[in-house]
Design a protein around this ligand. Structure first.
Ligand SMILES: *Cc1c(COP(=O)(O)O)cnc(C)c1O
Length: 333
């Protein structure tokens, strides 16, 4: 299996330029204090509210004309769906998004508003994926998976090129980690340019499938749990083609956070940096605040997205969010 490499990331950068925002890298005074310079890569300001537009845009523009004319399809819990809907519309393609009934209403509405055709199927990501497979076979739609796809990984890897251009002295990257398209793509591209760079994946303690897989030495499934970092939920796909290998080769460490730590990250982003960040996007800040990661040289945190329910956000930043009351209690098996 050949995995995407720097050449693919450079190709993606050229392809997506003009279709995605060149997001800012800003210094964080509050996080730098006592620590050495810390910078925030604001993919929160990306069009559609997350970095996922990069990978989706690269995939959409790589389709040959015949495939493009039949359209694209994905199963997604939200941000990838928004991104794919937007990217498909930019090229004038049909887009179908399959979601389980568990996806929050604000996310469903946002994708529908971008003009894609929504299919709500079943109670799990697996049910949504089965509908994708059916549409690929029945209607010839092209699947664009959210992370385990060479075109998508190359698109996400373009974030590393931006960071190295804006902050050539960077020594450590903190990157949110779920399926590993983001962290795998960034680690691969950053290491190709700067072999000594440290790349740390950050996820939540409960239900982190990539962390469990890296520990086990092969892709494994974990039970999904409710979390503030809802964009980090879900499995890594078994079989996994690319992201497990890229994460294993490219990540120096994986750090796992509790729900109160993630809430503290969201709160800090808002109160100290004036940024609205969703749980998944706040894990880099949360990792530093928790003391679970030590950094010395210049450090960049990837703030991956901002798509959070605003009523929930308001409660978190007001200090009126309590994990016991606000996350469904776990059933004992
Ligand atoms: C999808 C997503 C992630 C995780 O990306 P993976 O490629 O699945 O690891 C992190 N943050 C946000 C906001 C996302 O939408």
């Amino acid at each position: 299996m050949t995995h995407p490499g720097l050449v693919d990331v450079l190709g993606a950068a050229g392809r997506i330029r003009g279709h995605v925002a060149r997001t800012p890298l800003v210094a964080s005074r509050t996080l730098s204090s006592g620590r050495g310079p810390v910078f925030l890569k604001l993919e929160t300001r990306q069009v559609t509210g997350s970095f996922k537009l990069r990978g989706a845009t690269n995939a959409v523009w790589m389709l040959d004309p015949a495939s493009a004319s039949r359209g694209v399809v994905a199963a997604s819990t939200g941000n990838h769906a928004r991104a794919l809907a937007h990217a498909a519309r930019a090229r004038g393609l049909r887009c179908v998004v399959c979601m389980s009934a568990l996806v929050p209403a604000n996310k469903v509405d946002a994708v529908r508003a971008l003009g894609s055709d929504i299919r709500i199927v079943g109670q799990s990501q697996d049910d949504a994926q089965a509908e994708v497979d059916r549409l690929v076979a029945a209607e010839g739609l092209s699947p664009v998976p959210p992370f385990d796809d060479a075109r998508v990984i190359a698109g996400q890897g373009t974030i590393a090129l931006d960071i190295l251009e804006d902050c050539p002295e960077v020594t450590t990257l903190l990157v949110p980690l779920s399926g590993g398209g983001l962290a795998g793509g960034i680690a691969m591209a950053a290491r190709a340019v700067r072999p000594a760079i440290r790349v740390i994946g950050v996820s939540m303690e409960r239900g982190a499938a990539m962390a469990a897989s890296l520990r086990t030495g092969e892709p494994v499934a974990v039970r999904e749990c409710p979390t503030l970092a809802d964009s980090l939920g879900g499995g890594i796909g078994i079989p996994n083609r690319h992201t497990f290998a890229l994460a294993r080769a490219g990540l120096d460490d994986v750090v796992l956070l509790t729900e109160p730590e993630i809430a503290a990250g969201i709160r800090h982003a808002y109160r100290q940096e004036q940024e609205i960040v969703e749980g998944a996007g706040a894990v880099g800040i949360a990792a530093l605040l928790s003391g679970k990661v030590r950094v010395d040289g210049p450090t960049v945190l990837v703030l991956s997205g901002r798509n959070i329910d605003m009523a929930l956000h308001q409660r978190i930043v007001a200090g009126d969010w309590h994990p016991d009351a606000d996350l469904p209690v776990e059933e004992t098996p």
